[in-house]
Design a protein around this ligand. Structure first.
Ligand SMILES: Nc1ncnc2c1ncn2[C@@H]1O[C@H](COP(=O)(O)OP(=O)(O)O)[C@@H](O)[C@H]1O
Ligand SMILES: CC(=O)N[C@@H](CCC(=O)OP(=O)(O)O)C(=O)O
Length: 249
């Protein structure tokens, strides 16, 4: 199972350790790969250096200068997360061509679209009883770094391994009328997700998540769940399809 751990659900060290504990518990039942983001940490590091952030279609426009900061921030976070999870190997997508990407759109700068996943490396690590914890910086054919949205990176890994994926974020799932709690959708089909994007009730940061979920399903993942990383016990329930929003073909 792939667990995508988003930056909004790691805002304190306590929360980070709680989620890491849930990942460690899940791993006792099913082999796990963690793919993480870290948007708020990146934001803080860029701002501290006087580098502004601009997003287009939910993606950070990434200059070569910003790319260095993104990689540094995510790599530092990667070490903390892998230590918290334990029995883990923290890797960036750049290591061993774990995530290979090409430039998505020159107007976005160094932003990548994943074209390859080193599934063999992930299998080898898990075969040795280790949990891969992957930061979402990919390698381009020229050997340079590309910034990949973490939802997209996680979806690509789930697709390559043909495994289910749980996206842990700061909301309980996908709402049909966000943020009305009564409108949380326990289950959505592909057609409903596409309608949600078209009709605008799926918006903002939820769009890359559901798109990544659909791409994972296209590539052979059996299901995808979007659930809260902020509440205890949710990951185990989400993995069983009993929490959050389950998206199926
Ligand atoms: N229909 C919806 N249901 C739930 N959340 C939504 C919806 N549409 C937009 N959102 C927004 O998507 C956000 C989650 O995406 P994002 O902030 O990018 O999280 P992460 O950092 O975990 O990737 C929610 O906090 C919410 O503001
Ligand atoms: C291209 C692009 O936008 N990359 C993201 C990568 C981190 C990320 O996606 O983190 P979350 O999961 O916390 O949102 C960024 O620079 O913010």
């Amino acid at each position: 199972m792939i667990v995508k751990y988003g930056g909004n659900a790691m805002k304190s060290a306590e929360l980070r350790r709680a989620v890491a504990g849930e990942i460690a518990a899940l791993r006792a039942e099913v082999p796990v790969v963690v793919v993480h983001g870290g948007g708020p940490v990146i934001e803080r590091e860029l701002a501290g250096r006087g580098i502004g952030s601009e997003f287009r279609g939910g993606l950070r426009v990434t200059s070569p200068e910003a790319m260095e900061v993104v990689e540094m921030a995510l790599a530092a976070l990667n070490k903390r997360l892998s230590q918290d999870v334990g029995h883990a190997v923290g890797l960036m997508g750049r290591d061993c061509e774990l995530l290979v990407a090409e430039s998505l759109d020159p107007a976005l700068g160094r932003v990548g679209r994943v074209t390859g996943v080193n599934a063999g490396l992930l299998s080898t690590l898990r075969g040795a009883g280790l949990t891969p914890v992957v930061g979402c910086v990919a390698v381009a054919p020229d050997g340079e770094a590309l910034n990949v949205n973490a939802d997209t990176a996680a979806g690509a890994v789930a697709g390559a391994l043909g495994e289910p994926i749980v996206f842990l974020t700061d909301v309980d799932g996908v709402y049909r009328a966000y943020p009305d709690p009564k409108s949380l959708a326990p289950h959505l089909t592909r057609a409903e997700v596409e309608a949600g994007i078209r009709d605008g009730w799926i918006a903002g940061g939820m769009i890359p998540k559901v798109r990544a979920a659909l791409e994972a399903l296209d590539a052979g993942a059996p299901f995808a769940v979007i659930a809260s990383g902020m509440k205890a016990g949710v990951l185990a329930a989400a993995a069983r399809g009993e929490a959050g929003t389950r998206i199926t073909p």
